[in-house]
Design a protein around this ligand. Structure first.
Ligand code: DAT
Ligand code: MG
Length: 181
C-alpha cells in the first residue's frame, strides 16, 4: 500500500547537527521526497500536531520541547513529506522506538536520543504513526503548493489551493495493524 508520512527533525536533532545524517538515512530508502520546509513551531501548531496526547501528564513538557523552549530557543525544525510503498513501517524502522532508551541502537532515536531527568523523550525525529496520521500531519504542516505530487485532493479557495479535507479522514475503517502502533 502506498502511504505518506511526515518526518520532522526535532529541535534536539537541529541543535545537534543531525539533519544531514537523518536525510542520508532516508535517501538510502526509495521513499519519494515530495515536500520540504523549515518550519517555525508555534504553540498552536505543536498542540494541534500532538492533540492526541493532550491528556497525558507529559504534554506540557512535550510542547515546550517541540517549540524549542527546552533547546536553546531552537524554534525551527525541518519538516519533510515522503511517500511510497509501506512508508510508515519503513520510516519508523529508521527512526526507532518512541523511547530512545528502548530503541534499537542502530536507529536514529537509539543512536542519538535521550530521556531527560524530567522524563522528556528527546528523540530527534518525528515520524507519523500510521497512514491516517501521515495524511493529517502533512496537511497540517504543508500547503498543497508545497507538495510536488498530487498526494491528496485539493479545492480552490480565494484563488489559492487548499486541502479538500484539511483534518484528514476522521474515522478509521478498522483497527490498524499492530506494526503501526
Ligand atoms: P511517536 O513519536 O513514536 O509516534 P507518540 O506519537 O506516542 O510516539 O508520542 C509522540 C511524542 O510524545 C513522542 O515522540 C515522545 C513523547 N512521548 C510519548 N510517550 C511518552 C512518555 N511515556 N513519556 C514522555 N514522552 C512521551
Ligand atoms: Mg506518533
Amino acid at each position: 500500500m502506498t502511504e505518506s508520512i511526515l518526518l520532522i527533525i526535532k529541535p534536539d536533532g537541529m541543535v545537534k547537527g543531525l539533519a544531514g545524517h537523518v536525510l542520508r538515512r532516508f535517501e538510502e530508502t526509495d521513499l519519494k521526497l515530495v515536500g520540504a520546509r523549515l518550519a517555525k513551531v508555534s504553540h498552536d501548531l505543536a498542540a494541534t500536531h500532538y492533540h492526541h496526547l493532550r491528556e497525558k501528564p507529559f504534554f506540557e513538557e512535550l510542547i515546550n520541547f517541540i517549540t524549542g523552549k527546552l533547546y536553546a530557543g531552537q524554534d525551527t525544525v525541518l519538516a519533510f513529506a515522503y511517500t511510497g510503498e509501506g512508508a510508515v513501517k519503513r520510516a519508523r524502522a529508521i527512526a526507532g522506538a518512541t523511547n530512545p532508551e528502548e530503541a534499537d541502537y542502530r536507529s536514529i532515536r537509539g543512536s542519538f536520543g535521550r530521556v531527560t531527568t524530567k522524563g522528556v523523550f528527546e528523540n530527534v525525529v518525528h515520524v507519523s504513526s500510521d497512514p491516517i496520521e501521515g495524511e493529517r500531519e502533512i496537511k497540517l504542516w504543508f500547503h498543497p503548493e508545497e507538495i510536488t505530487v498530487p498526494l491528496f485532493p485539493t479545492v480552490e479557495q480565494d484563488g489559492r489551493l487548499a486541502w479538500a479535507d484539511p483534518g484528514g479522514p476522521k474515522t478509521r475503517t478498522g483497527p490498524w495493524p499492530e506494526e503501526y502502533k
